[in-house]
Design a binder for this molecule. Structure first.
Ligand code: PEP
Length: 249
């Protein structure tokens, strides 16, 4: 059995004061959660979030990590820096980073390796664009994105990573993959991992769905056999909504 994991991706929202307020509102609402709960906050919020998270099981996450240990990389943060700031999880390869910041499958892989080596758990985002789904490329694409991202990791390291299947057309659009579409594509991702690393590995990897997941559609999605959690954007910015997703039935 895989423990479900629900992670909030706050994107570029909320400074330290609002971050503390949101976490303080969230804490009592998710105190009995059966799922692992993560909040991936902007970098300026790590200190305030870490303080606010005291006494709760909610984990601190980041939204990106650089692949070098240090050096002339203006604006970037290394895995060691994140770790020292109390970060445990890090989103890598979000479609917004691929679309707006030139992230490629290869740089995603470098970041995944750096995260794992630095003791962070990567939440690796994969997913197809609308035209790629319409052209019938979804399965090949997500399998390829996943296997490239995992290159260089040991089987034990792979067992601990989180994959987030996020169809790009469903992110922030209010469109959601149907329960069956999400389950089927996540099954494809798991099969790709199984083909390369075996069932003992693929059975352990937690694979989330992401894309307009909210209190209304969470139960249907989480009832699917392959879906182990969610990566939540918009609905993670309000404590009540995020808590309803976390406390899915
Ligand atoms: C995301 O940003 O990862 C995401 C899934 O966003 P939203 O829930 O707003 O679609």
């Amino acid at each position: 059995m895989r423990t479900p994991i629900i992670a909030g991706n706050w994107k570029m929202n909320k400074g330290p004061k609002e971050a503390a307020e949101l976490i303080n509102a969230l804490k009592p609402l998710v105190k009995d959660a059966k799922a692992t709960v993560v909040v991936c906050v902007p970098a300026v919020d790590y200190a305030a979030a870490k303080t606010a998270l005291r006494g709760s099981k909610i984990k601190l996450g980041a939204q990106n990590v650089h692949y070098k240990e240090s050096g002339a990389f203006t604006g970037e943060l290394s895995a060691a820096m994140l770790k020292e700031a109390g970060v445990e999880y890090v989103i890598i390869g979000h479609s917004e980073r691929r679309q707006y910041f030139g992230e490629t499958d290869e740089t995603v892989n470098l970041r995944v390796q750096a995260a794992v080596e630095g003791g962070l758990i990567p939440i690796i985002c994969v997913g197809e664009k609308k035209e790629q789904r319409e052209a019938g490329y979804t399965d090949a694409l997500v399998a390829y994105q996943t296997l490239i991202a995992l290159t260089g990791l040991t089987e034990d390291q792979i067992k601990k990573v989180i994959i987030a299947y996020e169809p790009v057309w469903a992110i922030g659009t209010g469109l959601t993959a149907t329960d069956e579409q999400a389950n089927e594509t996540i099954g494809v991702i798991r099969s790709a991992i199984q083909m390369k690393y075996g069932k003992r590995v693929s059975d352990k990897v937690r694979i989330q769905y992401g894309g307009s997941m909210n209190p209304k559609n969470v139960n249907g999605l989480m009832a699917q056999s392959e879906i182990d959690g969610g990566l939540i954007g918009g609905a993670s910015l309000k404590a009540e909504d995020f808590a309803k997703v976390v406390n899915f039935e």
